[in-house]
Write a protein that binds this ligand. Structure first.
Ligand code: PRP
Ligand code: URA
Length: 217
């Protein structure tokens, strides 16, 4: 797996791996059915989650193997929080939980007004005492960047500073918006696409992630 940082967007980290590329091709394909789409989102998230958790704090702890004592490396600090942006972010939660079963899960509900593309918040719930925790905000799509920016505004308004944003497909417009509003937040993505359409869809993209995940197309 290689991570490319972008010459124009210092906040962007493109996670590259032949298996991710192959699974992304299947994900984008309009012929891919809902069940497979959901499985692919989960599998690609596993790769991304592995990568974005690599700097989590660790400590040492003495354990006893069947043969002797051993100072083992274990995770330390408060349990991280996975924060999916509803609805489509829900598809990424299990991938994170598979690697970090004791992570907490918050939720933020946002939907984009189809005409103005402005995100509207309808739900927000995160664990108590969240200030010192690492937050992994996830949403398959970073389009205009409006939804991601609002989600992060909400966290920062609660004194949460350790935030990473993870998506499957990013548009340059959304990455730029994130760089302008939240330059301290790293964006990890499996793909950086060409542009947004005049209706705010990512091109080439994969269509409406929420609809494809939940079969509401
Ligand atoms: C989609 C997607 C992101 C948002 C991205 O959600 O899952 O949350 O659009 O667009 P933006 O970067 O321009 O804000 P949508 O609002 O369609 O809601 P849904 O997940 O409930 O379908
Ligand atoms: N949201 C989606 O689900 N798809 C896009 O292409 C843009 C925003």
């Amino acid at each position: 797996m290689s991570i490319k940082t972008h010459p124009v967007f210092p906040n962007l980290h493109l996670v590259e791996h032949p298996l991710i590329a192959h699974k992304m091709a299947l994900l984008r394909d309009r012929a891919t059915a809902t069940k497979t789409f959901k499985e692919l989102v989960h599998e690609i998230t596993l790769f991304l989650a592995y990568e974005v958790t690599k700097d989590l704090p660790t400590t040492t702890k003495t354990i006893h193997t069947p043969l002797e004592s051993y100072k083992a490396t274990v995770m330390s600090g408060k349990k991280p929080v996975i924060l999916p942006i509803l609805r489509a972010g829900i598809g990424m939660v299990e991938g994170f939980l598979q690697l970090m079963p004791s992570a907490r899960v918050g939720h933020i509900g946002l939907y984009r007004d189809e005409a103005t593309l402005t995100p509207h918040r309808y739900y927000f719930k995160i664990p108590a005492a969240s200030e010192d925790r690492q937050f992994f905000v996830c949403d398959p799509m970073l389009a205009t960047g409006g939804s991601a920016c609002i989600a992060i505004d909400e966290l920062k308004a609660r004194n949460i500073q350790r935030i990473v944003f993870i998506c499957l497909v990013a548009a340059p417009e959304g990455v730029k918006q994130m760089l302008e509003h939240h330059p301290d937040v790293d964006v990890f993505t499996a793909a950086l696409d060409r542009q947004l359409s005049d209706k705010g869809y990512i091109l080439p993209g994969l269509g409406d992630a929420g609809d494809r995940l939940f079969g509401t197309r």
